[in-house]
Write a protein that binds this ligand. Structure first.
Ligand SMILES: NC(=O)c1ccc[n+]([C@@H]2O[C@H](COP(=O)([O-])OP(=O)(O)OC[C@H]3O[C@@H](n4cnc5c(N)ncnc54)[C@H](O)[C@@H]3O)[C@@H](O)[C@H]2O)c1
Ligand SMILES: O=C(O)C(=O)C[C@@H](O)[C@H](O)[C@H](O)COP(=O)(O)O
Ligand SMILES: [Zn+2]
Length: 362
């Protein structure tokens, strides 16, 4: 039987940090050992603040706690809104000993981490992720940043948090659509590295959608374990880490095309993973049966399986041309060697890629 409290470490020598996972941790777990001075700035948004800001403050007894509340949405993951964090830090005279606390989903987490990487050339930060997606993915690993109108996450820095606190109770208020978006990144770990986890997910997807606490804790633990392991081996994406990008080359193109509205990140990744699997099937590395399993688990998570209405193969190719994984102008994709095993490769005929794009843009 899975436990309701789990703990992991991201092993990065002097930058190693714990991931604490369980029910009812927010406001009860003392996080002051991860604060360098006495000042903290909690960064959150207009949706999360009324739900969890007061509880979050209880996790920092004895600290001077300030807050900055950002507008909600991927469309606000930009320079203008990032600057509001710097304005608040300077107005409240935060020193280089301050600690930033990201309370929210991946948008708040990525922006807070980037602000922490830049403020006075770098201060500490803590991740308190409150969406499933942020709990299984964005709060771990130190990728921080903002979007550009021409490309997703194009401006950013690697900056690791000092601690990640995951309270599964916060998921009780998460809309079902956001739960599905988070499941995309959970399923991703199975596809790239853990075939056995795919079987577990096929059996437990209903319990996850119903927010069963034990199933959630298990899925979050296994996801974070996979991510922590990859990050410990390749913190700055020199090679291996790029497998965490399965479905993202297609997915980021979808998000950018959509103007960072309408499509959630996890939804775009869901469709993108099916596209990557389809190309792998065409290249003969994935069997028909494996491809059907990919389709059926993505469908069970209630994620989209097609490109957005009106998006063309040309749109995909133009947007994928700025992907960060590309080398010397050559497109590189994360494809499946088999179910549970991914690779980054530029070794695919353009004609096969076109066939996949055409199949999904119908
Ligand atoms: N840094 C990384 O490694 C990494 C990994 C994956 C995704 N990301 C980024 O994360 C972002 C997506 O994150 P997301 O899916 O969390 O989106 P999000 O941050 O926009 O959160 C989704 C929605 O849920 C709301 N919300 C958050 N917690 C809630 C709660 N407990 N109850 C009710 N509502 C709540 C938010 O206000 C928002 O409206 C994207 O920008 C993506 O690029 C980064
Ligand atoms: O942590 C990583 O590495 C990932 O690729 C995780 C992704 O789920 C995440 O969306 C990440 O932000 C994508 O990074 P990018 O470098 O492709 O912008
Ligand atoms: Zn992602």
């Amino acid at each position: 039987m899975p436990e309701v409290f789990r703990e992991l470490r991201v092993e990065l020598e002097e930058r190693a940090y714990p991931i604490l996972i369980g029910k009812g941790l927010l406001g009860h777990r003392d996080l002051t050992p991860f604060v360098s001075g006495r000042q903290i700035m909690i960064v959150t948004n207009t949706t999360v603040a009324p739900l969890y800001l007061e509880s979050a403050k209880q996790s920092f007894p004895g600290c001077q706690v300030d807050e900055v509340i950002l507008p909600d949405g991927e469309v606000h993951k930009n320079w203008e809104v990032l600057n509001r964090i710097f304005d608040a830090l300077l107005e409240k005279r935060h020193s280089r000993k301050t600690t930033l606390v990201a309370l929210g989903g991946g948008v708040v987490g990525d922006m807070t981490g980037f602000a922490a990487a830049c403020y006075q050339r770098g201060v500490g930060f803590i991740q308190i992720p409150t969406t499933l997606l942020a709990q299984v993915d964005s709060s771990v690993g130190g990728k921080t940043g903002i979007n550009h109108p021409l490309g997703k996450n194009m401006i950013g820095a690697f900056h690791q948090p000092g601690c990640v606190l995951i309270d599964t109770d916060t998921l009780k208020t998460l809309p079902a659509r956001e739960v599905s978006a988070g499941l995309a990144e959970v399923i991703k770990y199975g596809f790239i590295q853990d075939r056995e986890f795919i079987g577990w997910l096929e059996e437990n997807i209903g319990a996850l959608k119903a927010l069963d606490a034990r199933a959630l804790t298990e899925a979050i633990y296994r996801s974070c374990r996979c991510k922590a392991d990859v990050v410990a081996k390749d913190e700055r994406e020199g090679g291996l880490r790029a497998i965490l990008n399965l479905g993202h080359t297609f997915g980021h193109a979808i998000e950018t095309h959509a103007g960072y509205g309408n499509w959630l990140h996890g939804e775009a990744v869901g469709a993108g993973m099916v596209m990557a699997a389809h190309l792998s099937l065409r290249l003969g590395t994935l069997t028909e049966e494996e491809y059907r399993r990919v389709e059926s688990i993505v469908a069970a998570a209630e994620l989209p399986m097609r490109a957005p209405e009106g998006m063309t193969p040309r749109n995909f190719l133009d947007l994928m041309a700025v992907d960060k994984k590309n080398v010397d102008g050559n497109l590189r994709l994360v494809l499946l060697r088999s179910l549970g095993d991914a690779e980054v490769t530029a070794d695919f005929p353009q004609s096969e890629l076109m066939s996949t794009l055409e199949a999904f843009c119908k």
